[in-house]
Design a protein around this ligand. Structure first.
Ligand SMILES: [Zn+2]
Length: 253
């Protein structure tokens, strides 16, 4: 009986682990670019940028695991320009690209939200928002907003979050959702949190924080999503006996 290539075994394993079929997403989750059948060395990163692809090539990787892949709803489908170059470089080297977006945000152990919570000393006891992507739980010993902001800064490489203070109440519960989840602020407020933490902010959240009294912390899209892909890839590496390395490509956004 012919054994399936490691490349495909890894995909089916991750498909089940991350419960991919449960999600409605903005792009395809799973193997986005099919490289060589053998996989020995994996690189993880946040985004399948050209810089990450080049770093993975230099590292001798057979596969890359990312949170932000190459293909998103609304693209016209042509492999030209910058997108063509990313795909060409992967295919020329036979490197597979695995991308997991919302399923990776949501996963209770390896996901971005779970891993971000771990760094911030937050453990979720509730979920909220669309597809239950938002996490909420008790604040622990960071009862003041200043203490929470300091904890965020310490955990995310020294980058201070942008803080909208709300009404200055003592914090009991915190909601969080990594990346560009500013649109979940209202759902977080409805879920009864005293502060909400995500990557980005848009104009309306400033008013909502003032008018509802719930604090809002924008911690950086990239900074808040640095932990899921390496946690997932490390798990896969252990399970399949691979080498793994996370490569950070700095991003101020
Ligand atoms: Zn993101």
């Amino acid at each position: 009986m012919a054994t399936r290539p490691a490349r495909d075994e890894i995909e089916s394993y991750l498909h089940t682990l991350l419960d991919v079929d449960r999600f409605k997403d903005y792009g395809p989750n799973g193997l986005q670019v099919e490289g060589r059948a053998e996989v020995r060395r994996v690189v993880s990163g946040v985004t399948a940028s050209l810089a990450l692809i080049d770093a993975a090539i230099a590292d001798g990787a057979d596969a890359i695991v990312v949170h932000h892949g190459l293909f998103w709803r609304g693209q016209d489908g042509r492999l030209v320009g910058w997108l063509g170059e990313r795909v060409r470089r992967l295919m020329a080297r036979g490197i597979s690209l695995y991308a997991y977006h919302l399923p990776l945000d949501a996963h209770a152990e390896f996901g971005n939200n779970a891993q971000l919570g771990l760094r911030l000393g937050l453990v979720a006891d509730a979920r909220f928002g669309e597809q239950e992507l938002g996490f909420a739980g008790p604040v622990g010993d960071a009862r003041s907003l200043a203490a929470l902001a300091a904890r965020v800064q310490g955990a995310l490489g020294g980058r201070p979050p942008l803080v909208l203070p709300g009404d200055g109440r003592a914090l009991a519960r915190v909601g969080w959702c990594s990346g560009g989840a500013q649109g979940y602020f209202e759902a977080a407020i409805a879920a009864g949190v005293d502060a909400f933490l995500t990557g980005e902010i848009s104009e309306p959240q400033a008013h909502l924080a003032r008018e509802t009294g719930v604090a809002f912390l924008a911690c950086g899209h990239h900074a808040s999503e640095c932990f899921g892909a390496p946690a997932l890839a490390a798990h896969v590496a252990e399970r399949f006996g691979l080498e793994h390395r996370f490569i950070e490509i700095a991003n101020p956004a």
